[in-house]
Design a protein around this ligand. Sequence first.
Ligand SMILES: *Cc1c(COP(=O)(O)O)cnc(C)c1O
Length: 453
Amino acid sequence: MATAIRFYSTNRRAPAVGFREALLKGLAPDKGLYMPERIPRLSAAEIAALAGMDYAAIADLVCGKFLRGQIPESDLAALARDAYDFPVPLEPAGDRCHVMRLDQGPTASFKDFAARMMGRLINYYLLQGNERLLILTATSGDTGSAIANAFFGLKRIQVLVLFPDKEVTARQRKQMTTLGGNVSILAVDGKFDHCQALVKEAFSDPELAHMRLSSANSINIGRLLPQIVYYFYAHSRLRRRPDEPVVFSVPSGNFGDMMGGVLAVRMGLPVRRLVIATNENDEFPGFVASGDYRPIAPSRNCISSAMNVGHPSNLARLIDLYGGSMDEKGHLGRSPDMERLRRDIFAVSITEAETRQAIRSAYERLGLLLEPHGAVGWAGLQKYLQEEPAPGQLCVSLETAHPAKFPEEIRSILGFDPPLPPSLEGLEAREESFATLASDYPAFKEFLQKKYS
Ligand SMILES: *Cc1c(COP(=O)(O)O)cnc(C)c1O
């Protein structure tokens, strides 16, 4: 039997650790991101057999490949079954294209997929060790509510979510601020990048080390692994033969979702191309084109607000996987294998006008209701298909949030209110509770020390 997979830091100045430690730490002590030392593969027979398995079973198989020897198989199967109790619709969208709706979880965002599994894994290990943890997370909209909901009510865990004051919709805010209990919410006068910087600084502050902080951002390895699963799932439902290649289009911000796809490819999933679509925060398409990386600061405000990221925190993982190095500040050390990167990834930036146009035309031509993030992915896929036409090509575009989370935008473009999914009903009437803070580290530190010491 193969030995348990260990996880190394992308900065390579911290020791490799087992899954439990990587999960509970979040960020490595040298501020790098944890990556698996070895990427397990699914055999052709295993990929063929996925067609007969449900989502939870596929999640158990795919995540289990990384966790063998680190969590008993039956325990992982039970966690997966508990986490994935909602449907994953694949909506036909012309020719052989589909939209995968990752919006049927409790917060109507694809982040439920990662957060629910990670929450259950953390809870599992804390119960075993009789330990406590404070989860600190920055959100640009959907992470916060997914995390807050995934951890709500867990006795050994406190959760503090930071969000940029003016960058989340009222509905997104209410999904976090109406929970209470072990979940606290902080509105920061700034942008998402500021929230993220505050959280990162707290993690590396030795005076806060006693608090047992952990991150639930997309940098946590416990969120990355579950995001590999839906790529395998979509392929297993749609392919005509087990080795038929598929094109995925991924609307991207912090690149956790994209890294899930990249890892799926390395695990053996037959993928022709990953389309990585950003909004006007186009630092990544620029990098793929030129090999020169320029973060965007401050990030640009687009209607796909969860993707307003000027420096994607998971980029260091991608660079690492392609043989390069990037530190936590976004400085490129060694260049990655750009040729291979360009072969695997088609990176494209979608303007605000193109995003709105995609929402309009998808609805008028195909009866397909998209919200701004999914529309960026959809528009990116159309650009790819124009540039590299391949009739009959199997394509899947990811829809990452429910349209009802963006009623103002949908109403202004299509002239009607999208129907609410059951998970969002009754939200308006619930009472909100949150604190506010300037984007200032000393003030944040004092808040933490007062509240949690
Ligand atoms: C977070 C988010 C994204 C971007 O995902 P990343 O993993 O950060 O690239 C896209 N759409 C929605 C709705 C999101 O909440």
